[in-house]
Design a protein around this ligand. Structure first.
Ligand code: UDP
Length: 162
């Protein structure tokens, strides 16, 4: 039965960010996201305040790179997307590649971090690491009472939706 098959497909959502260093490559990255079969449920351009960036990355607050990271993330606009797909969290992390862009170029040369990142800090994109984080990050970045969902599943990036 077709309905049984559809029921078995469990769609998952994740939060993706195009960080300040890759912001200018937004259209190419969105094109790649759609090519890989994600649905863009919602997307927007925005700039973190320092407090919001600190809250977003609070799990790293004891790391030596925390203040540099949060200051950088709040220094310029980022592009945020809620992505939906079966196994979206892991699929997006695979598409991102390893945290360090230099390692990504050595091991996953077609990944987004290999293509658009610089090093282990300026690495182009963010992705939630589990479903709890995904829910928390989606709520932090997108208002709970957001406007009616805009789904995009064609290969034409829509910049009017920011
Ligand atoms: N980061 C950094 N220096 C490090 C490790 C991480 O500046 O030594 C930054 C980097 O931008 C990374 C983010 O902190 O994307 C979050 O680190 P995490 O270990 O969670 O990596 P990710 O999940 O982003 O691959």
């Amino acid at each position: 039965m077709i309905l049984d098959t559809l029921d078995a497909v469990k769609l998952q959502q994740t939060l993706a960010l195009i960080k300040p260093d890759a912001y200018q490559h937004q259209q190419l990255i969105v094109y790649r996201i759609l090519q890989e079969g994600f649905t863009i449920v919602h997307q927007k351009s925005f700039q973190f305040t320092q407090d919001q960036a600190a809250l977003f990355y609070r799990e790293h607050e004891h790391q030596p790179f925390y203040s540099t990271l949060t200051e950088w993330m709040a220094s310029a606009p980022v592009y945020a997307l809620i992505l939906e797909k079966e196994d979206a969290i892991q699929s997006w992390r695979t598409l991102m590649g390893p945290t360090d862009a230099n390692k990504a170029r050595a091991t996953e040369p077609t990944s987004l971090r290999a293509l658009y990142g610089t090093d282990g800090s300026r690495n182009a994109v963010h992705g939630s690491d589990c479903s709890t984080s995904a829910q928390r990050e989606i709520n932090l970045v997108f208002d709970q009472q957001r406007e009616p969902v805009t789904s995009t599943n064609t290969l034409a990036p829509d910049n009017n939706n920011a």
